[in-house]
Write a protein that binds this ligand. Structure first.
Ligand SMILES: O=C(CO)[C@@H](O)[C@H](O)COP(=O)(O)O
Ligand SMILES: [Co+2]
Length: 217
């Protein structure tokens, strides 16, 4: 079953509660929380304080995407804020293995994300330790960018690596996913789809979620 994880980066932050209720009612599976530090990526978004408030008004799985340098410093705060899955960028961690163990020690799920230009072989010695791999299909930092087509091959390769090891790891893809390209992403092997502008930015959120579901059923 393919899961939908709309990114609140494209929500109206002055109206966040209503926006989240809309996607929840529309039947999405998770809520993707983009955290940006203005250092690892050239943008600043939200942190654990907002996450904590969000966790109080939704039952959706909170899928936290940390685009911050040396995330070990803040893992506990995001756990306390209600994160169910914490994904860190491989490129942002000096000791990725240690960071993965730290996240697991709090009993939450752990994901590792790769920028579009980072090769899959960097996962070789950590793949067995993670619950999810997040492949970026845009360069991180902003919503509303264009999907990078080469990532479809990367998804296929990752799926092969996971299957060859007999692992049960989610493949999440994030950036530029719309109703008209989601099918290709799922066919390549992704089973968690992030969509920001295409869901929170849609005129009719319910209709957008329905169209996504139709494409990936
Ligand atoms: O992590 C990021 C961007 O860095 C994403 O989660 C975006 O927020 C997705 O937005 P769209 O590309 O779907 O508009
Ligand atoms: Co994201």
């Amino acid at each position: 079953m393919v899961k939908l994880s709309p990114s609140i980066l494209s929500a109206n932050f002055a109206n966040l509660k209503e926006d989240i209720e809309k996607v929840e009612k529309a039947g999405v599976d998770m809520l993707h929380i983009d955290v940006m530090d203005g250092q690892f990526v050239p943008n600043i978004s939200i942190g654990p304080v907002v996450l904590k408030s969000v966790s109080k008004i939704t039952n959706l799985i909170l899928d936290v995407h940390l685009m911050i340098d040396e995330p070990d410093r803040y893992i506990k705060e995001f756990v306390d804020g209600g994160a169910n899955i914490i994904t860190v960028h491989l490129e942002a961690c000096t000791h990725i293995h240690r960071t993965i163990q730290l996240i697991k020690s709090y009993g939450v799920k752990v994901g590792v994300s790769l920028n579009p230009g980072t090769p899959l072989n960097h996962l070789e010695y950590i793949l067995d330790d993670v619950d999810m791999v997040l492949l970026m299909s845009v360069n991180p930092g902003f919503g509303g960018q264009k999907f990078i087509p080469a990532i479809k091959d990367k998804i296929r390769e990752l799926k092969k690596m996971i299957d060859a090891r007999g692992l049960n790891i989610d493949i999440e893809v994030d950036g530029g996913i719309k109703v008209d390209n989601v099918k290709e992403v799922v066919e390549a092997g992704a089973n968690v789809i992030v969509a920001g502008s295409a869901i929170f930015g849609a005129d009719n959120v319910e209709e957008s979620v329905r169209s996504f579901r139709e494409e990936i059923k």
